[in-house]
Write a protein that binds this ligand. Sequence first.
Ligand SMILES: *Cc1c(COP(=O)(O)O)cnc(C)c1O
Length: 370
Amino acid sequence: MNVQNKDSPIQVTRPLLPPLEEFYPYLQQIWDNQMLTNNGSFHQQLEQALCEYLGVRQVSLFTNGTIALLTALQALQLKGEVITTPYSFVATANALLWSGLKPVFVDIDPVTLNLDATLIEAAITPQTTALMPVHCYGYPCDVARIQEIADRHGLKVLYDAAHAFGVSADGGSVLNHGDLSVLSFHATKVFNTFEGGAIICHDAETKNHIDSLKNFGIVDEVTVTACGINGKMNEISAAFGLLQLKYYPCAKQKSQAIDARYRQGLAKVEGIHCVPGAEGGNYSYFPILVGSTYPLSRDALYQKLRAHDIYARRYFYPLISDFPMYREMAAALPVARKIAAQVICLPIYSELEPDWAERIIALIAGQDRC
Ligand SMILES: *Cc1c(COP(=O)(O)O)cnc(C)c1O
């Protein structure tokens, strides 16, 4: 099962899929119990297992990361404006707009590519109620500075932590920062439940509120106290997450080896800059920046890789603020704009064969011409 199909293109990521035989007993148990969803036994077990593995206090599972973001925004009862990054997947800002909130885009830090904490205060207005940074590519935001700003201005902090599964910062999980953090378990993420997500919070009372919101606002058989939604994770997804969690640590190690190989192989290529990874990161993305001294443009390199069946991705280009729904909110975002024009994310996943990593390095280094 570990053999790369040499005839199909190399994608930027590939879902972690444990051996199918090992999933059958979980399915058998679901069929035996006839409990398909609504906080069944696998759902409860996965919440517990993730609390332990991630080192967080409370996990509430969701049907996907976007519904988890919407529910987190509801739970925080926000109004007005929320400061966020233009350099992310579009779901970050869509969750705000869908909730009737106005995204206010602030530029990013040129090194970490996260929301530049030094620019946040200038963007705060009387309408601002929260900050919504993203741990981009799993690189932790400047959590201490962000919290300090939030405290000074009475703002909530919601982290879009879709890339930050298992990421640690200052010795603990990065997910313990802010009021709430949201994970995505989409098939393209390092840990997946086909589709899925979670909200991480600090205490049981908040979790109960979130759990009620994801179940239509129901409290008990005769009591509904909030306008909730259906955001529940089903038992098949929860069971798959439990099985996958056994394989995740080993998969992460293999991705770490690929990360190291790329860094070494690309270090001397003129015009190519590997975006630094953080200690305690999860090796979920491998972004490079194509500079002006590289012989090809970013898009020409992207096309060249495609011509060799390597489907790298321009994450994150275009900027969210360039989509039509957000154009009127776009401020001057020079750093984000420059990075979006230079970035390519290279394939990285546990089953990427070393041969392919070598081929990708050789293509970028231009050694195919010799
Ligand atoms: C994947 C992703 C989401 C959305 O998660 P889904 O589970 O696909 O709904 C949100 N934000 C970021 C930054 C993402 O990468």
